[in-house]
Design a protein around this ligand. Structure first.
Ligand SMILES: NC(=O)c1ccc[n+]([C@@H]2O[C@H](COP(=O)([O-])OP(=O)(O)OC[C@H]3O[C@@H](n4cnc5c(N)ncnc54)[C@H](O)[C@@H]3O)[C@@H](O)[C@H]2O)c1
Length: 347
């Protein structure tokens, strides 16, 4: 049997155990051989799950990278701790997949790209939303030319009462920001990828914090954790004339939650929820829905890991390269800069 890829994990908490592990387990050409996490409880539970022996469980990722020869490293630490382990793993000669957001500043993403180039290894950001069946269907519509040139996107991912209540990664020291980094990064990445990653020019945005750090009906306990911000809205202009309007929240006095990615092009429009294609047919403006195959078996995280490994094996481009994450990060930085300055900023 062909040699298996030896995979190491850095940060073996919720997303690794719940979403990445099933992806690795499904691949018969990969095996998890080492795990690093600063928490003993995570090392124990993830170690048992992946059957990694105690002597290959590390509290410092630097020790793991020194002592174990790895082909691939899966980085699932909180947002502010993505860049350093990614760069260290690339320097140690491993291919790296890192959870979203790639990092928390343009400078960090640039350093990750430089480390990738120096190491000549594969690097992917785990933007799992791209690999959900309805979003793969949207990709097909774009690739089939049914949208034409996309010039407008309206992105809305609102939770009326939904500050994450299950961990300490929401505090600013670990997250860098609120729903922009937790939620908007997903829909922004998805829309940018469908639009072909146009060059961003400017952002006008604001963010708010009015509800989450006071007592409310949320499970989130503001006496334990306070959050940096809870709602953001912005408008992004691109060099090709396209624009994105974006809103996201963990807490907002809104009548309902939303999860909507709408894109409008010269030939057609489309949205994800419910999945709809809009275009003129037989002289009528027609909304087309799609019967999704319930047995298609695509779990987005497993699919992203499968594609990452396939790209390494076949020498294909990264399914989500650092350059694309850099565009997303320029916009995220722009949102916070614009809010602080109270005006539209160049990105
Ligand atoms: N794609 C998605 O749908 C999705 C969903 C949830 C979380 N995420 C992302 O995954 C990342 C992790 O989130 P989570 O929910 O798993 O958080 P978590 O707190 O459950 O897990 C993070 C783990 O990293 C460990 N850790 C922290 N610093 C470390 C270090 N320096 N070295 C080694 N381990 C370290 C923690 O002990 C913890 O076990 C975040 O960046 C988050 O944005 C993505």
């Amino acid at each position: 049997m062909a040699k298996k890829f030896r995979v190491g994990v850095i940060g073996a908490g919720g997303i690794f155990q719940g979403a990445h592990w099933p992806g690795w387990k499904a691949l018969d050409n990969c095996e998890i051989v080492a795990i690093a996490d600063i928490r003993d409880s995570a090392l124990e539970s993830a170690g048992a799950l992946c059957e990694v022996p105690p002597d290959k469980r590390f509290t410092k990722y630097e020790d793991m990278l020194k002592q174990v020869k790895l082909d691939i490293v899966d980085v699932c630490t909180p947002n502010c701790y993505h860049a350093a382990p990614t760069i260290a793993a690339l320097n140690a000669g491993a291919h790296v997949i890192v959870e979203k957001p790639c990092a928390t500043s343009v400078a960090e993403v640039q350093k990750m790209i430089a480390a990738r180039d120096k190491a000549k290894k594969q690097f992917m950001v785990a933007q799992s939303l791209r690999f959900q069946p309805e979003h793969l269907a949207m990709r097909r519509w774009v690739d089939a030319g049914l949208l034409g040139d996309i010039y407008y996107a309206r992105l809305s991912l609102l939770r009326p009462r939904g500050v994450p209540a299950w961990g300490d990664f929401i505090v600013k020291e670990m997250s860098a920001g609120g729903p922009c980094y937790d939620l908007a990064v997903h829909i922004l990445d998805l829309a940018l990828s469908l639009m072909g990653h146009p060059e961003p020019v400017s952002v006008a945005a604001n963010y708010w914090l009015e509800i989450s750090n006071k007592p409310s009906i949320m499970a989130h306990d503001p006496k334990r954790y306070t959050v940096p911000d809870e709602m953001a809205a912005g408008f992004v202009r691109f060099a090709n004339g396209a624009c994105i309007s974006l809103e996201t929240s963990w807490a907002l006095n809104a009548p309902e939650g939303t999860y909507n990615v709408f894109l409008a092009g010269t030939k057609g429009g489309m949205q994800n929820n419910p999945l709809t294609l809009v275009r003129e047919e037989a002289g009528l403006l027609t909304n087309t829905s799609v019967q999704m195959n319930p047995d298609s078996g695509i779990a987005s995280h497993s699919e992203e890991i499968r594609r990452f490994v396939e790209s390494i094996k076949k020498g294909l481009p990264s399914p989500v390269p650092g350059e694309q994450a850099l565009i997303t990060q320029r916009i995220l930085d722009g949102i916070y800069n614009s809010a602080k300055k109270g005006k539209e900023v160049k990105v």
